[in-house]
Design a protein around this ligand. Structure first.
Ligand SMILES: NC(=O)CCC(=O)C(=O)O
Length: 271
């Protein structure tokens, strides 16, 4: 399975971002990708002041463009994320399209990114966004895939549930920043891959030093052994990762972690 992680530049021009995303998906397909992944908020600046204004409802222009591009090219598209409007609320939502352009899955970020690091990054998604309440997986001819958005990856229970459902890979449209990116980005992708003996795939926007929120970039693919298969720098690029899915069973057989869990013991219990 070949996956293209599209580390694209995100501008203030929504229509231009959507057009650029579709052009990148075309290049990914020409490069033999089965699946193209876009970054978190691929058509909207990552800014609380923009989310509602750039948002769209069901069947909005970004969703239509991604669906049509998926169908035209016969490729899976994990549509990064975009601000989704519903019932007066705004969600950080990833739409996934199958090879015929059909909507396969929709994940609303469940853990909102509310952090305040001393001397570093502060962001409060909950000022404008509402959380989702579903664990999201979707089926392909390669097997089941798990999907979460950026900060969601920090919550190990979510990835574990996906893998216990049978996911082969955890796909993460994301946008870490210059405080937490250097400290935790690679660590988290490797950690979730090693814990669950699955592939992890992170796709971030290219870095724009002039933006209010500066993306770390460094889109990444990690295998079930925790080996980094490929990793971008901060610039705009398309990263192609070839996933040898047989590695999952091989690693799980040689180092039986999931099957050796003592679920009879894992309760907080009394001191
Ligand atoms: N957009 C996000 O959720 C950012 C998450 C992040 O940077 C982190 O450190 O976690």
């Amino acid at each position: 399975m070949r996956v293209a992680l599209i580390q694209m530049s995100v501008t203030a021009d929504r229509a231009r971002n959507i057009t650029a995303a579709c052009q990148h998906i075309r290049r990914a397909a020409e490069g033999g990708a089965d699946m193209a992944v876009l970054p978190e908020m691929f058509c909207c600046p990552y800014d609380n002041g923009c989310f509602r204004a750039y948002g769209e409802g069901a069947g909005g222009p970004a969703q239509m463009a991604l669906s049509q591009t998926a169908a035209e090219l016969g490729i899976y598209v994990v549509g990064g994320s975009l601000p989704e409007l519903e019932g007066g609320k705004v969600y950080n939502t990833s739409f996934v399209y199958g090879r015929r352009g059909e909507l396969l899955a929709k994940h609303r970020k469940v853990h909102l990114f509310d952090i305040d690091v001393a001397g570093g990054q502060r962001f409060m998604e909950s000022d404008t966004l509402s959380p989702g309440d579903q664990i999201t997986t979707f089926d392909t001819e390669f097997g089941l895939m798990g999907l979460c958005i950026c900060f969601d990856l920090r919550f190990e229970e979510l990835s574990r549930c996906m893998c216990l459902r049978g996911c082969q890979a955890i796909i993460v449209p994301a946008a870490f920043n210059m405080t937490t990116g250097p400290a935790h980005w690679e660590l988290l992708f490797r950690q979730r891959a090693v814990d669950n003996q699955c592939f992890t795939l992170g796709c971030a926007p290219a870095r724009d030093e002039g933006a209010g929120y500066v993306s770390y970039g460094n889109s990444i693919a990690v295998d079930p052994w925790g080996t980094v298969l490929c990793r971008a720098d901060e610039k705009e690029t398309i990263l192609h990762a070839d996933l040898d899915l047989a590695r999952i069973q091989a690693v799980r057989q040689q180092l039986p972690i999931l099957s050796a869990r003592r679920t009879d013991l894992y309760e907080i219990g009394e001191k």
